[in-house]
Design a protein around this ligand. Structure first.
Ligand code: ZN
Length: 397
């Protein structure tokens, strides 16, 4: 990997260089949904240990959770997503690898969330010359292709002015319930066609090269019963071939593709997807389970030390603080989640793709032209920016 790619949150040209590196060298970056500082740090730790770039992504519901479930506010998801983004910016560079800060699926009804995140990006861009987030996803795949692409074009123009990457989805992703919903759907529709993908490319490429496409290839969200839908990652190669032929280019993989529904996929399915130009794969369900499984194992082995503050098999007056301190059992969740993310790095051929550079850690709140301003003032400015972003979000309602 080019040593020019900085550690910590990457945006703009650095992000393009990173994703080109992934596509050219045939690896993909795990994109893990995070809902807390605890899970963010577990994912960053995994990236650091795997010597891999990483993506931290926040969903609409994840943002609401990050702000605090006790807060009922129409802008809760945006305020929480922005707070998570600032957390990542404060800690990412200490882990020594490049980090992509991304927001997950945004359907039509969630566009106010998207607008508020873009407002925070703008605020940040005006101060520091780069967006707060590296990238955002718009998912209008439930709408007609025409409307989907039109809305993406409209937003992409705004985003490209701030050097923000756009991920969009086209085609039907399965996995709603137990397969009943899919029975009436033409199975062909679970697979995006090369023509659909090309239509997206044609509409977006004149605006900026900074976009990726989530095309459906029989993938579903969540872990599902095998046999319900046939995963066909080889179909992604057809999108690349079609685009190559249309463009008449030498590049075999002109498109940046992403894979959703990575949980539960086999190593060979993932490898096929990556060989066809998938540069990012989402992981959520499996890391949720991993986090819980670490805590479950700890509780199960230490149950008798976790029933009261005082009193365990070693004596009725013995304290149990070393067992119930959240740093102890949440750490077990982190360790287990970290291990699962490292597994994904392995499956995506991302291990060892970036030699971590430590000793460059600093809150990455104020970065201009690649030159870090490593001081307390920049953190204070960052905190102020959070206040402004949240204030704007509240004022907008
Ligand atoms: Zn998804």
């Amino acid at each position: 990997m080019s040593s020019k790619i900085p550690v910590g949150v990457v945006t703009g040209k650095d992000l393009v260089a990173l994703l080109e590196d992934a596509r050219n060298r045939g690896y993909a970056i795990p994109a893990v949904n995070c809902t807390s500082s605890c899970t963010v740090n577990a994912v960053l730790e995994a990236a650091s240990k795997s010597k891999s770039p990483i993506m931290i992504q926040v969903s609409n519901g994840g943002g609401t959770y990050y702000l605090g479930k006790g807060i009922k506010d129409p802008n809760a998801s945006a305020a929480g997503s922005v707070a998570l983004a600032y957390h990542v910016r404060a800690v990412a560079s200490y882990y020594g690898v490049p980090v992509v800060l991304h927001s997950d699926h945004c359907a039509k009804k969630l566009l106010p969330w998207f607008d508020a995140m873009l407002a925070a990006d703008k605020e940040y861009y005006d101060k520091f010359g780069e967006p707060l987030f590296s990238s955002h996803m718009l998912d209008l795949s439930e709408e007609t292709d025409e409307e989907n692409i039109d809305i993406c074009v409209k937003y992409f123009k705004k985003m490209s002015a701030m050097d923000i990457w756009l991920e969009m989805e086209i085609g039907i992703t399965g996995g709603e319930e137990d397969g009943v919903n899919n029975e009436d759907v033409d199975p062909e529709k679970l697979y995006t066609t090369p023509e659909q993908v090309w239509a997206v490319y044609q509409a977006l490429s004149p605006i900026s090269p900074m976009f990726s496409i989530a095309a459906a290839f029989g993938n579903v969200h969540g872990v599902y019963k095998p046999g319900n839908v046939v995963l066909s990652p080889e179909k992604l190669g057809k999108h690349q071939a079609y685009a190559k032929q249309k463009l008449g280019c030498v590049e075999d993989k002109p498109l940046f593709l992403v894979m959703h529904g990575g949980s539960g996929s086999t190593a060979s399915e993932i490898a096929t997807a990556v060989s066809n130009g998938v540069v990012k794969m989402n992981i959520d369900t499996d890391t949720q389970w991993a986090f819980w499984d670490g805590i479950r194992g700890f509780e199960s082995s230490n149950r008798e030390y976790l029933q009261a503050q005082i009193g365990n098999p070693k004596g009725k007056d013995k304290p149990n603080k070393k067992f119930y301190d959240p740093r102890v059992w949440l750490r077990k969740g982190q360790e287990s989640m970290c291990k699962r993310v490292m597994d994904s790095c392995e499956k995506l051929s991302a291990v060892g793709t970036f030699e971590p550079r430590f000793g460059q850690g600093a809150p990455q709140i104020a970065e201009k032209g690649g030159k870090k301003e490593l001081n307390v003032i920049s953190v204070a400015v960052g905190c102020l920016a959070i206040g402004v972003a949240v204030g704007m979000a509240i004022a907008k309602k």
